[in-house]
Every structure is written in structure tokens, then in C-alpha cells.
Design a protein around this ligand. Structure first.
Ligand code: MG
Length: 418
């Protein structure tokens, strides 16, 4: 670095981590894993120049030091060559084994002025490359560091928010397309942090999942939604509340027991609890998902498949799952009625659901034209800003439920009179 500084050149640190190395160790044994590491070292060495430094840092992590670089592109070109050479198969125990790598780059003097920071930044960039889908490289950017600090701060504050009971559930009404009556509500997480302001669930959930906070958070959501179900039932305005189950929450072995206990503690009846899991959660391990869902349905809950159409669904499994509803993802609603693809996909989802005996909820409905489309093709229920945003439970009771009870009582009296 001192030499580069004097001559106005750059130094690059390349941080490489093998993809799926653990799988190789687990399936072929550690001796084979070690043999793979030796071959990786040989391949990397063959790409590098005489005066480049290659090191194995530990495990399946390697680092390369490139010195006297005129520009950044030289290092990127080395990174690309390294990744390409690692992608070819390895011959191990008479078998072809594949284990590419993910690589991060950081530069002196551009990114950092000392070696510790440079190495840390290269590692951070490697982590980004992994997250972006492996087998690729990423260059460090200040944005990455900012993101890591933000995530750390978010994690700390989320932990406090859970402990202090600052989080809230808001409820977005689900409305009958034909009658306009509120037939249910989706419970959605709301967090207003005194320092960070409003933090959206799309930021909260990944942090919670990465840090293990997702399970206590999920427990709290379930418990709070059940309390609300019981409160609405007691007030004479019972309403089905849909709760989103996260992937980790859904895979807990004792989940049905947890749900049963939450219902019992709060006095909520299972028939008013709807469970939403995403298509990808249901389809990743469909056999386990089916068992889990069967146990939940046996309690009396109903299940909806969320974000339908955005993941991969096996139709055979879809038929076998005890699901009663599909939720059409809001990304398809956006293009209705003018985008021919969105129209075709939404119509196909509606037809598919009906032929399997399922009902539908459309998400993200914002215009009258979208509602007219849903009415025309027989989608039963919708939610979205056209009707209402998610709101505090008290507001939902006041604005919609109280009113509606009067209406249904009137209907009832009318029927009696007839
Ligand atoms: Mg949902």
C-alpha cells in the first residue's frame, strides 16, 4: 500500500468464498473437501501473475492481493477469470463435483486506507455477491457499509421495540366484490420508531429473519391478532382476521400447538383465524407444508396462499394442500385493465382457483376499473386503497363493522318479515 501510494497505483483485495463447500464436505467427507480446496488453490494460482499473493484464510475462504494496478478494471478482469475457472467441474472420488465461488473486491486507496478495513470491505462485498445469487463478484461500495450499519441499528431497535411493546398491528379490510361488505381483514405489522420513523414490514421482516427475531415477533403477531379476534367477537362484530406466517415460523414443529395455545389463551375461535403463507413457503418442502397445514386446518383455521403467481407452484401439490383461498399478488393488479399480460394472468389465476374449488382475494386494488374487472371475472374478495388502507382496529370497528352489523341485522329482520 505504501508503494502504491507513492506511485499513484492501486491495490485490490479479492475475497473469495466457495459456494456449496459445506455440501461437498457433508456428502463426500472432509478428506474430499480438503482435496477440493487443494484443486481450488491450484486453479487460482494458475490464473494469477507471479507477483500476486494468494492465501487461504481458513475454511473455504481465499484472499488475493493484487498490487500495482493502473485501474479497477484490471482487478475485475482477474476476478472474472477466477470465477470462470472455478465454475468448471472438479474430479473428486471419480465423480464430477461443482463448486463455484463468490467474490468481493475492495481497493486501496479508493475504499480504505488500512489493511484491516480493506479486508473487511472485500468480505462485505463477497457477502453481497452471495446474496445476489452466488457465482458472481461484487465491488465494495459505501452503500454496502451504510446498509450494514443501518441493519445493525434496525436490529437493535427492533429488539427494543418488541421488548417494549411498541409494535402494532393494523388491519386492512377485505371486501366482498359484489356486496361491498367487509368480510375479513389482514393483520399487518406497523412500527413507528421514535428515531427511525415508520419502518415498513419489507424492511422489518428480512432483518428479523436474519437475526432470529422473527420467532418472538411472529409469536407476538399471532397472539395480538388472536386477542383482536376475541375482542371483535365479544363486541358482536366477529371478523375473520388473516395473519401472515413467516417461513421460519411456519417450519416450527410445534406451530400447531402454539396456535392452539394462543387461541385458548385469548379466547379466540379458530374459525375467525385465517393463515396466509406465501406460495414459495408452501412449495419449498410441499410434503412438510401439507402436514403442517393439515394440522392447522384441523384446529379450525383456514389457509390462504399469498402472493400467488409470483413464485413456482406445483399444481399437483396445490391440489393436495388444504388451502381454501388464493391471493392474487398486487403486482398483477397494477396493469389492470390496460396491460394484456396482467389481464391474462389474473384471469387465468381466477379460472384455476375456481376449477380447484378455491376462492380468491385480489390485493392492491386501487381503482374502480380494477374492481369492475374483478366483478366481471368472478373474483370474490378484494383489499386495497380503493376501499381502505390498513387501520387501527378501533377505526375498523367504528367505520365499517358497527355499520355493517346494523345492515345484516336489517337483512335478518327483513327475512323474518318475509
Ligand atoms: Mg399477506
Amino acid at each position: 500500500m505504501v508503494r502504491a501510494g507513492r506511485s499513484g497505483l492501486r491495490v485490490a483485495v479479492l475475497f473469495l468464498d466457495l459456494d456449496y463447500f459445506k455440501t461437498v464436505n457433508d456428502s463426500f467427507g472432509h478428506a474430499t473437501g480438503d482435496a477440493l480446496l487443494v484443486q481450488v488453490g491450484t486453479r487460482m494460482r494458475s490464473i494469477l501473475r507471479e507477483n500476486d499473493t494468494l492465501a487461504r484464510l481458513g475454511g473455504d475462504e481465499f484472499a488475493v492481493l493484487l498490487t500495482d494496478l493502473a485501474d479497477v478494471d484490471e482487478a475485475v478482469s482477474v476476478a472474472t477469470k477466477l470465477l470462470t475457472s472455478l465454475q468448471a467441474s472438479y474430479r473428486l472420488q471419480d465423480q464430477d463435483v461443482y463448486s463455484g465461488g463468490s467474490l468481493g473486491l475492495a481497493f486501496y486507496p479508493d475504499d480504505a486506507q488500512d489493511s484491516d478495513t480493506l479486508l473487511r470491505y472485500a468480505d462485505l462485498a463477497m457477502y453481497q455477491a452471495k446474496q445476489a445469487g452466488r457465482g458472481a463478484y461484487a465491488c465494495y461500495s459505501q452503500e454496502m457499509d451504510r446498509r450494514v450499519h443501518e441493519d445493525m441499528q434496525l436490529h437493535t431497535r427492533l429488539k427494543e421495540a418488541i421488548a417494549q411493546g411498541i409494535l402494532k398491528l393494523h388491519y386492512q379490510p377485505q371486501v366482498d366484490v359484489e356486496s361491498g361488505a367487509v368480510v375479513g381483514a389482514e393483520a399487518l405489522l406497523r412500527w413507528h420508531d421514535p428515531v427511525l420513523g415508520d419502518v415498513s414490514p419489507s424492511r422489518i421482516i428480512p432483518i428479523a429473519e436474519a437475526t432470529g427475531l422473527i420467532l418472538p415477533l411472529s409469536d407476538w403477531v399471532l397472539e395480538t391478532a388472536c386477542e383482536q379476534i376475541a375482542a371483535w367477537a365479544q363486541a358482536g362484530t366477529p371478523l375473520r382476521v388473516a395473519v401472515n406466517f413467516s417461513a421460519q415460523q411456519f417450519r416450527q414443529r410445534n406451530l400447531p400447538e402454539k396456535v392452539r395455545a394462543a387461541l385458548e389463551r385469548t379466547g379466540a375461535q379458530a374459525q375467525w383465524l385465517g393463515i396466509e403463507i406465501t406460495e414459495s413457503v408452501a412449495m419449498t418442502q410441499p410434503e412438510q407444508a401439507r402436514e403442517q397445514l393439515n394440522a392447522l386446518v384441523a384446529l379450525g383455521c383456514s389457509v390462504a396462499l399469498d402472493d400467488f403467481g409470483t413464485g413456482y407452484s406445483s399444481l399437483a401439490y396445490l391440489k393436495a394442500l388444504p388451502v381454501s383461498k388464493l391471493k392474487i399478488d398486487q403486482s398483477f393488479m397494477k396493469g389492470i385493465p390496460h396491460d394484456a399480460n396482467d389481464v391474462a394472468i389474473s384471469r387465468a389465476i381466477i379460472a384455476l382457483a375456481h376449477s380447484l374449488g378455491l376462492t380468491l382475494v385480489a390485493e392492491g386494488v386501487e381503482t374502480d376499473a380494477q374492481l369492475a374487472f374483478l366483478r366481471q371475472y368472478g373474483c370474490e374478495t378484494y383489499q386495497g386503497w380503493l376501499f381502505a388502507k390498513a387501520m387501527e382496529p378501533g377505526d375498523l370497528t367504528e367505520q365499517h363493522l358497527a355499520n355493517q352489523t346494523c345492515l345484516s341485522e336489517l337483512d335478518f329482520e327483513f327475512e323474518l318479515a318475509q
